[in-house]
Write a protein that binds this ligand. Structure first.
Ligand SMILES: NC(=O)c1ccc[n+]([C@@H]2O[C@H](COP(=O)([O-])OP(=O)(O)OC[C@H]3O[C@@H](n4cnc5c(N)ncnc54)[C@H](OP(=O)(O)O)[C@@H]3O)[C@@H](O)[C@H]2O)c1
Length: 268
């Protein structure tokens, strides 16, 4: 799996959630391939520092701080990045949060935060770039969902619902945009070693994917025009098999899995 500099060179790529983890790794690897990268997240200090580091290495980058749960902020951020870097060729809507929303202590406010960030955050970013792409009849929309978007995991009702929402949102847009020249990619990673996962998960999970490898796989999926891309393969296989089970049997098996916990090192 290799990134093609010929594909990425001079493309304007806007990445949300660029201050940490997968988003940070994405802007670093894409700028190394010659892309002009636009960084969006809330923590301005981190965006500024990363933009400066990319410039020192000879890359072209710009940043704009925005909270993806606030539509006007996302639209303003995209407008400011497009005026600095040119029209957006590729959007990677990656910003996301994990909050536990287990049934016993179900908290609608926490669920709302997760759904607003992970689903509406993607909707706002798409809304900001899509009219321009449709006018130009080219571009690529990508969003980072999760294997949790393909099956409801214990403790993670809102997270899984938000990530499933992203997959079906993109499925519909892909059909609408068929043969328009605009590509649509939904990426569904398993566990990736970023501040989002807990120390216990980091210590116990086998075959944890690094943020750099996740970024490489996501960029490769976009470059190849993949509609959906699940990784790593063993997690994708487990989920595909689990989806074949009758729902009551699946619930019985999944009830024995540990609930997904929140990391204390996650986004600020
Ligand atoms: N790590 C995993 O195991 C895993 C697995 C599957 C899918 N994913 C998905 O991958 C994506 C990236 O997560 P990560 O693992 O790289 O976690 P991370 O290191 O915690 O990064 C999350 C990013 O999202 C940004 N963000 C969160 N809320 C935001 C908001 N309201 N407005 C703007 N930006 C916001 C954060 O920036 P600020 O805090 O600076 O705003 C940060 O840059 C997420 O969508 C996540 O659900 C992760």
């Amino acid at each position: 799996m290799k990134l093609s500099a010929a594909f990425w060179r001079d493309k304007c790529v806007i990445v949300t959630g660029a201050s940490s983890g997968i988003g940070r790794a994405l802007v670093e690897s894409l700028s190394a391939c010659g892309a002009r990268v636009g960084l969006v997240a809330r923590r301005a200090d981190r965006l500024q520092e990363l933009t400066a580091a990319i410039a020192v290495r000879g890359g072209r980058a710009a940043w704009s701080a925005a909270d993806v749960t606030v539509r006007e902020q996302v639209f303003q951020a995209v407008a400011s990045l497009e005026s600095a870097l040119g029209p957006c060729d590729v959007l990677i809507a990656n910003a996301g949060v994990y909050r536990k929303t287990a049934a016993r202590e179900f908290d609608a406010e926490r669920a709302e935060l997760v759904l607003t960030t992970n689903l509406l955050g993607v909707v706002y970013a798409l809304g900001a770039v899509l009219p321009g792409m449709v006018r130009r009849r080219r571009g690529h929309l990508a969003a980072v969902s999760s294997v949790g978007g393909m099956i409801g995991l214990p403790g993670a009702a809102a997270y899984c619902a938000s990530k499933q929402g992203v997959v079906t949102l993109l499925q519909s847009l892909r059909a609408d945009l068929w043969k328009t020249g605009i590509g649509v990619t939904a990426v569904c990673p398993g566990y990736v070693d970023t501040p989002m996962i807990t120390d216990e998960e980091r210590a116990t999970l086998r075959g944890l994917v690094t943020a750099d490898e996740a970024a490489l796989r996501i960029a490769w999926a976009i470059q190849r025009g993949r509609a959906e891309y699940w990784f790593p393969w063993w997690t994708a296989l487990e989920v595909r098999l689990a989806r074949l089970l009758p729902p009551r049997l699946a619930a019985r098996i999944l009830s024995r899995y540990p609930e997904m916990e929140e990391s204390e090192r996650g986004e600020g």
